[in-house]
Design a protein around this ligand. Structure first.
Ligand SMILES: Cc1ncc(COP(=O)(O)O)c(C=O)c1O
Ligand SMILES: [Zn+2]
Length: 407
């Protein structure tokens, strides 16, 4: 157990052996990892998960490597908490936050990169390259450091300071690009062959999805193998949403859950909403979103390689896609912090704002069980939140709550 039985193309269905280093299918679409779930089922019961480590590697029978091969910093097994004050404020009855800000490098990207770096190391890679909106870069830098591998990082010049400093501290080779993640991706693609880099771009290698799918396994386990009615997920490249959707299918095949699925709700920023537009236009794929701009750096993805998979999951689940303005997401982030003591990334704040809106429109009923994925910590976004809290308000001179100069 603990090893996959092969890879399959998410578009054309072509099969590949699992013991080779691969990026995407010849047709250009992402590859998905397959397991012999009947064999897994015979030797692993849902009660057994509790005997595993308090990390995502507790699900190793459905991951591509064994726990003793894992490059791990104890990612996953994050808290899932009912937010009672916020739910009262919103008129809901069963509202929860899964706090992915409690991962190594303070975001859910740790899950995907733990798995990707584990597999890259196992398959003999020495140099890894990534184009990133920020948090994936931090996670790659940390896991590459832990594995003793080289990380080559390309991120937008206006990436949050936390991501830049983290990557440098982890010893990665950092290049800032005066553009978007799509421009960073082009640079990696142009140079990787010459430099001998393995490209771990979102959905251009098969194992980040496997790490991220553990969010779905965990949610099921933490709710005692009952899935909620709705999941709010801040969608950039969509890996987490695709991963969770895959996890639910696997869980059903294992016989651990039934056929009921949560409504999958992709939350985007108004300043970069390719998936929302495609969903509204009933299109099978998204279009490149021009002049993308949002403080939620993880949502600044103008075109996702796996857009068709995200759109399929949303539609099949009876979910929706919704966009939130930067102002609203920061306000909602502050509201969550003040009411619940959870300081969320703007991406998580966007989900809070989206829940409120969909309860108001009646898309969600108050009694439905709703889960918000807060994908990162607010501490990684001090530039964005500092617009809410200027430190030296002139009117607060020499007052408690302002700035006092001892004389
Ligand atoms: C905090 C945060 N939330 C959400 C996302 C979007 O993630 P995904 O690619 O899974 O859609 C990112 C990606 O960078 C992120 O950093
Ligand atoms: Zn294919």
């Amino acid at each position: 157990m603990g090893t996959s039985s092969g890879l399959v193309c998410s578009r054309c269905g072509k099969n590949f052996a699992s013991n080779q280093l691969l990026n995407v299918c010849e047709c250009g679409a992402p590859l998905l990892v397959r397991y012999d779930l009947a064999a897994v089922r015979a030797g692993w019961r849902k009660q057994d998960t509790a005997k595993g480590p308090a990390s995502m590697w507790r699900y190793s029978p459905v991951l591509p490597a064994e726990p003793n091969e894992a490059v791990t910093l104890d990612e996953g097994w994050t808290p899932l908490s009912q937010v009672s004050t916020l739910q009262r404020e919103f008129g809901a009855l069963d509202l929860w936050v899964k706090d992915e800000g409690r991962n190594p490098t303070d975001s859910f990207k740790a899950r995907g990169l733990s798995c990707a770096v584990t597999m890259a190391k196992k398959l003999g890679v020495r140099k890894l390259a990534i184009p990133s909106a920020g948090n994936a870069a931090s996670a790659l830098a940390a896991y590459a450091a832990a594995a003793g591998l080289e990380a080559h990082i390309f991120m937008p010049v206006d990436v949050p300071q936390a991501n830049f400093i983290e990557c440098k501290a982890f010893g990665a080779n950092v290049t800032l690009v005066d553009g978007l993640i799509s421009d960073c991706g082009k640079i990696v693609a142009e140079r990787k062959e010459r430099e001998g880099w393995f490209d771990v771009s979102t959905l251009k290698e098969p194992y980040r999805i496997e790490g991220k799918k553990t969010m779905g396994y965990e949610l099921a386990e933490q709710f005692d193998w009952q899935l909620p009615d709705a999941i709010f997920y801040p969608c950039g490249g969509g890996v987490g949403l695709i991963g969770m959707w895959k996890a639910f299918a696997e869980l059903e095949e294992l016989g651990w859950i039934g056929s009921k699925r949560p409504k999958m709700i992709a939350v985007q920023a108004e300043g970069c909403e390719p998936i929302t537009r495609a969903f509204q236009q009933n299109a099978p794929v998204s279009e490149f979103f021009q002049n993308a701009s949002t403080v939620a750096s993880g949502l600044r993805v103008p075109k996702a390689l796996g857009d068709f998979l995200v759109l399929n999951a949303i539609r099949e689940s009876g979910g929706t896609a919704i966009s939130i303005s930067d102002e609203e997401m920061l306000d909602a982030g502050v509201q969550l912090a003040a009411l619940e003591g959870i300081f969320a990334a703007p991406e998580g704040g966007a989900c809070v704002a989206a829940v409120r809106r969909l309860l108001r429109t009646g898309f969600l009923k108050p009694e439905e069980r709703i889960v918000i994925y807060n994908t990162g910590s607010g501490l990684k976004y001090l530039e964005a939140y500092s617009t809410r809290f200027p430190r030296h308000a002139a009117t607060a001179q020499d007052k408690v709550g302002g700035l006092i100069t001892p004389r």
